[in-house]
Design a protein around this ligand. Structure first.
Ligand code: ADP
Ligand code: MN
Length: 179
């Protein structure tokens, strides 16, 4: 809340990146390894109706960012969350201790999105999103430089390595002000 300051005892991590880069797969494995809570924002939007209708062109809900942030505030303040979403500029900066941007080779991503059934403008706009590193740029303009990290996610080995790196980070994390 606004009237008290409290230090989290467990960290909050944001895993972002273009759709298909492996956010949900990575987060699921991270949850198993760390015991932190997986907050899949897309699912939250759907189950709690935190949207302003349906986008026909992109075949997805139009997210209501204010409703989403209100819904998440208490658990983010508590800490211990791994947040999974393909956007990052509307969350409060103070929520996160680490922001991970997953990245995937264009042709690999193209295959993943095609097998997910993406076509036409939905397919090309997501591939362009990855080519132009939109999420990395968004993360770098929204969060302190030293908490943003880009990780490659092309192969199963990449996923294993990323989960190991992030599990180590989560286990070594300490609240600020303590040694
Ligand atoms: P996102 O949540 O970012 O949209 P998913 O985790 O749902 O991505 O992954 C999309 C698809 O790509 C899944 O079928 C998943 O198994 C596969 N995938 C994701 N990352 C990798 C990777 N690094 N290596 C191999 N397959 C991957
Ligand atoms: Mn996902």
């Amino acid at each position: 809340g606004m009237t008290r300051t409290r230090t989290r005892t467990r960290p909050n991590l944001l895993v972002t990146g273009t759709p298909g880069t492996g956010k949900t797969t990575t987060c699921s494995l991270l949850v198993e390894a760390t015991g932190l809570r997986h907050v899949n924002v897309g699912e939250l939007v759907n189950t709690k109706g935190l949207h302003d209708g349906w986008d026909e062109e992109f075949e997805c809900h139009v997210i209501n960012e204010d409703l989403v942030c209100d819904e998440m505030e208490d658990m983010m303040e508590e800490g211990g969350n791994i947040v999974d979403y393909h956007g990052c500029d509307f969350f409060p900066e103070r929520w996160f201790d680490r922001v991970v941007v997953l990245q995937t080779d264009n042709s690999i991503l193209h295959d993943r999105l095609t097998s997910r059934g993406y076509m036409g403008v939905k397919l090309t706009s997501n591939i362009e999103c990855e080519i132009f590193q939109v999420l990395l740029e968004e993360a770098r303009t929204s969060y302190p430089e030293d908490i943003v990290v880009a990780l490659q996610s092309d192969t199963i080995e990449d996923i294993s390595r990323n989960v190991t790196i992030l599990t180590e980070w989560a286990n070594n994390w300490r609240p600020s002000g303590t040694s």
